[in-house]
Every structure is written in C-alpha cells, then in structure tokens.
Ligand binder design. Structure first.
Ligand code: TYD
Length: 213
C-alpha cells in the first residue's frame, strides 16, 4: 500500500531503486555531474540517511547490532519520515525548486522488509509516504547483482543470492502495486555498461522536462 492520491506527487523528487549492486549509487553521482554541468540546482541524497537514524540502520545491516526484521522496518520508516518532513528535508528542498535525487525510498522497504518480515507491516508503515515525480527502477538479474557486490570487503545482511532472488520477486509485486496507485516508474536496463545506463536515465529525466543535454 502506498499513497493513494494519484494526482499528488512531489515535484522535482526523483528516486532510484533496484537490487544491491544494480548501480544506483554510481549513477547518482554521474547524474549529479550532469545536473551541475547543466547549471541545475540539485541535491543528491540516499536512504538509509547519514542522520543518527540511518547510522543505526547501517550498524544493523552490517551485522554489528542485532535486530528483529520488524524493528528494522520501523527504523527505515522513521528515517524516511525525518528525511522527507524534517527541517531541510526533501519536501523543503523540492518546494524551493531544487531537484532532489534520492538513492532508494519507500519501494525499497516494501521489497526488502516485505521479504524479511512479510508485506503487512511495511505496507502500513509506508502507506502515507507521497509519490516521487519519477522512480527509476534499475533492473538487473540477482546473479549479476551478487557478482557486482561480492567484490566488496564486507557484505551486508541482504547481500546474499537467495535474499536478492526473493527481493527481486518482491520488487515486481511492489512495482505493479505502485503503478496501480499512479506512481510514475521507468525501468532502466542496468545490465548494460555504465554509460548506456546513464544515457537511459538522461532520456527518462528529459521525459519529465529536466533540461539535460
Ligand atoms: P544501499 O545504500 O543501496 O547499499 P550499499 O550502500 O551497501 O551499496 O542500501 C543499503 C541496504 O539497505 C540495501 O541492502 C537495501 C536496504 N534497504 C532496505 O532494506 N530497506 C529500505 O527501506 C532501504 C532504503 C534500504
């Protein structure tokens, strides 16, 4: 369940979603470079955030602190609430006309926590979060995703092939439900090389009127 008001989305708010290793973080910094070159006013952000809520989440993801999956679902929702509505948060930045590009948002909770603790709690916790203007879903096979993350020195709790396979299936459910609620979602073929992924993103951003050359 997601915000139901199909006419309501946060203008200038763009979200990147996908499995671990799908390349959202790499692409966010490339897109930042293009926004800068185009003279656009923008901010690149991510969930979990760098605030104390997000730092606590990172410790759980890294296995340093133990947590029930439900606790993690609450923490992600709390982090998101503050990120969106807090002082200097996403709503405030977008209202000023800034383009806010966020690496992950509510669909991550519906997919990852949906896998970890069932759909009900994540659906309730995320029902009220408004839709972004555009969500870019980076589609990649779980096997490719795992191949990319396996070179990292320390893997987080969801970075296992079996988990990524289940999360990929959850994402498919979640994308369908979000589209049915009026969320605008464009799929990016994230199996392709870095530049061609950037090109696909640029085309999607132009499609909502962002003036990139
Ligand atoms: P991410 O920053 O994409 O991973 P990394 O920096 O390690 O490449 O995301 C961190 C992890 O948090 C990722 O496995 C997805 C997970 N996550 C959730 O489970 N629920 C959420 O709501 C969000 C935002 C992320």
């Amino acid at each position: 369940m997601l915000s139901n008001d199909t006419d309501l989305f946060i203008k200038n708010f763009i979200v990147l979603e996908g499995l671990d290793g799908s390349g959202t973080t790499t692409q966010a910094s490339r897109i930042a470079g293009l926004f800068g070159q185009a003279g656009l006013v923008y901010e690149i952000t991510a969930e979990p955030t760098k605030r104390p809520e997000g730092v606590l989440i990172r410790k759980i993801l890294g296995g340093e602190i133990e947590s029930e999956p439900e606790t993690l679902a609450y923490l992600f929702a709390a982090d998101r609430h503050q990120h969106l509505y807090g002082h200097g948060g996403i709503l405030e930045q977008c209202a000023k006309g800034k383009i806010v590009l966020c690496d992950r948002y509510a669909l991550s909770s519906l997919a990852y926590q949906g896998m970890a603790c069932g759909n009900d709690l994540p659906a309730i916790l995320n029902a009220g979060f408004p839709a972004p203007q555009l969500t870019l879903f980076f589609r990649i096979r779980p096997e490719t995703a795992m191949r990319r993350v396996s070179s990292r020195s320390q893997l987080e709790i969801f970075e296992k092939l079996a988990a990524q396979q289940k999360i990929a299936l959850k994402y498919d459910e979640v994308l369908e439900a979000a589209r049915a609620k009026g969320w605008k979602i464009v799929e990016i073929d994230a199996e392709r090389d870095i530049q061609s992924v950037t090109d696909q993103i640029v085309a999607a951003l132009r499609g909502i009127g962002i003036p990139l050359s």
